[in-house]
Design a protein around this ligand. Structure first.
Ligand code: ADP
Ligand code: MG
Length: 253
C-alpha cells in the first residue's frame, strides 16, 4: 500500500452542519422522524444503525437529493432548503459506496472534469488542481490510470479527491468502504481519518465501529428513522443505555 496520503500541514476549514427536527418520507411512508443533530465545525460525527434505519435518507436530505417534509437543515447557520440544490451540493461533498467515476477517463481527468464543469476552471488550472488533490490522497503516481486499472480502494480515493477538489465545507460519506475488499478498507479509512484530523467537518455513515470509536467526536445511533442515542464514542460503545443500541452492538461488535 502506498504511504499515508495527505501532507500533515494542510488544514481544511469546515462549516457547522445542523439538522433541526427533520422528518422525511417516500410517498406516504415516513422514514425519518424528527431528527435533530449538530456537527460543530471541524468535527466528525459518525452515524451507526441497522439497515433501513434512515441513515442514507438523512444524508440525502442534507445534500438536497430528497426534500425533508418538515424541519430544517443549516449549513454554517443558514438554511440549505431555501438555496438552489446545485449551490448546496457545491458546498457539501458526498461520497457513496459506489464511486461513479467515468470509466473512459483517467483518474486525473475524472477530478479535472468536475473542476471544469462545476468550477468553470480553465483546462490548465483544473489539471493543476486535480493533480494536487490526487497527491493529497496519495495517488499522484496513478494519475494516468483509468478506473479499471485501479483497485477499488484507489477508485474510492479518486472519488474523495474529486469531492475535495470542490473545496467543500462539509463531507458526507455513505458507507464509503462497504463495497471494498477487506484489505482495501484500511487505506480509505486512513484517508478519511486524515481529513477529520485536518479540520474537515464530516458526517459519516459507517459500519466500521473501530473507525467510529477512534475518529468520531460524536456518534449517533439511529433506529427506525429516529436518533435513539448520541454522544461521545466512549459513552455510546462502552455504556449504551438503550436496549436497542445494546442489541445492535452485540450483533456488530
Ligand atoms: P439506511 O441507509 O439506514 O439503510 P435508508 O435511508 O436507505 O436506510 O432507508 C430508510 C427506509 O426508507 C427503508 O425502509 C427503505 O426501504 C426506505 N427507502 C429508501 N429509499 C427509498 C425510496 N427511494 N423509495 C421508497 N422507500 C425508500
Ligand atoms: Mg444506506
Amino acid at each position: 500500500m502506498s504511504a499515508l496520503p495527505i501532507t500533515d500541514g494542510h488544514r481544511y476549514s469546515g462549516s457547522s452542519l445542523e439538522l433541526r427536527g427533520v422528518s422525511m418520507a417516500y410517498g406516504d411512508i415516513e422514514v425519518l422522524r424528527d431528527v435533530s443533530l449538530e456537527v460543530a465545525p471541524g468535527t466528525t460525527t459518525c452515524i451507526i444503525g441497522p439497515s433501513g434505519s434512515g441513515k442514507s435518507t438523512l444524508l440525502r436530505g442534507v445534500n438536497r437529493l430528497h426534500e425533508p417534509s418538515s424541519g430544517d437543515v443549516l449549513l454554517a447557520g443558514e438554511s440549505v432548503l431555501t438555496q438552489k440544490p446545485d449551490a448546496v451540493r457545491r458546498r457539501i461533498g458526498l461520497v457513496f459506496q459506489h464511486f461513479n467515476l467515468f470509466p473512459d477517463h483517467t483518474a486525473l481527468e475524472n477530478v479535472a472534469l468536475a473542476l471544469r464543469n462545476v468550477k468553470r476552471m480553465s483546462k490548465a488550472a483544473a489539471t493543476r488542481t486535480a493533480m494536487e488533490r490526487l497527491t493529497e490522497v496519495g495517488l499522484a503516481e496513478r494519475a494516468d490510470h483509468r478506473p479499471r486499472d485501479l483497485s477499488g480502494g484507489q477508485q474510492q480515493r479518486v472519488a474523495i479527491a474529486r469531492a475535495l477538489a470542490m473545496d467543500p465545507e462539509v463531507m458526507l460519506f455513505d458507507e464509503a468502504t462497504s463495497a471494498l475488499d477487506p484489505e482495501l478498507v484500511k487505506g480509505v479509512l486512513t484517508l478519511m481519518a486524515g481529513l477529520a484530523r485536518r479540520g474537515m467537518t464530516m458526517l459519516v455513515v459507517t459500519h466500521e465501529m473501530g473507525f467510529a470509536r477512534k475518529v468520531a467526536d460524536q456518534v449517533v445511533f439511529m433506529d427506525e428513522g429516529r436518533v435513539v442515542e448520541h454522544g461521545a464514542p466512549g459513552d455510546l460503545f462502552d455504556r449504551p443505555r438503550s436496549p436497542r443500541l445494546q442489541r445492535f452492538l452485540s450483533e456488530v461488535l
